[in-house]
Ligand binder design. Structure first.
Ligand code: AP5
Ligand code: MG
Length: 192
């Protein structure tokens, strides 16, 4: 099974991806977690991306796509991608790349959460520079400008669902699983 989770900063992409990965035995691939790991390890890639991540700006497309290729191809039982694609350009470029490998996405879930709740969650979490109030504001603005057009681009596709992400993590998880099961009834989602 190959899934995408799309949502604003703090929408619960990481929280839900972890649960879905455990439930379906698929790989959780988070672009943000991988980038932060590179920054912590001070790799060449980490040094290149640090200021983008700290400031809440998107890292250049090519850097993210090069970083994700290997884990996506290695995920033979499937994956839940958290935080990628984030722009129409990333969606178009990556689709071309994965399609030839037969590992294109089968379902996308948009986690919809009101802005006040996003800010509340991120301030409560306080993940370093990234969760400073001004950086949170900037990340939300980048989401509006760069990722909301991706939702419009995917709108109307039968494999795209919007889920109310403001409920408890358990309720959101159950809703996502129901959507996937409904989708699996009419498209082929191989468990492996
Ligand atoms: P990324 O790591 O993707 O950050 P983000 O989109 O800002 O989202 P977060 O990880 O902060 O939130 P989340 O939606 O995962 O929510 P979480 O489950 O943690 O990206 C970081 C940076 O990397 C970007 O700014 C950019 O620089 C770069 N980057 C990444 N991908 C890129 C790409 N494709 N292209 C270019 N650059 C890229 O939950 C948040 C909090 O809320 C937690 O404390 C959690 O416990 C809590 N919570 C979760 N669910 C619930 C719930 N249902 N109820 C109550 N609390 C909840
Ligand atoms: Mg996350």
């Amino acid at each position: 099974m190959r899934l995408l989770l799309i949502g604003a900063p703090g929408a619960g992409k990481g929280t839900q991806a972890e649960r879905l990965a455990a439930r379906f035995g698929i790989a959780h691939i988070s672009s943000g977690d991988l980038l932060r790991q590179h920054v912590r390890d001070q790799t060449a890639l980490g040094r290149t991306v640090k200021s983008y991540v700290d400031n809440g700006d998107l890292v250049p497309d090519q850097v993210v796509m090069d970083m994700l290729r290997k884990p996506v191809v290695a995920a033979v039982r499937g994956y839940v991608l958290d935080g990628f694609p984030r722009t129409v350009e990333q969606a178009e470029a990556s689709y071309a790349a994965v399609r030839s490998l037969g590992v294109e996405v089968q379902a996308a879930i948009h986690l919809d959460v009101p802005r006040e709740e996003l800010v509340r969650r991120l301030l409560a979490r306080g993940r370093g520079t990234e969760d400073a109030e001004t950086v949170i504001e900037h990340r939300l603005q980048v989401y509006q400008e760069m990722t909301v057009p991706l939702l419009a681009y995917y709108a109307g596709r039968e494999w795209m669902s919007t889920v109310d992400g403001s409920r408890s993590a358990d309720a959101v998880h159950d809703d996502i699983v129901r959507r996937i099961q409904r989708l699996a009834a009419f498209v082929t989602i191989a468990p492996a």
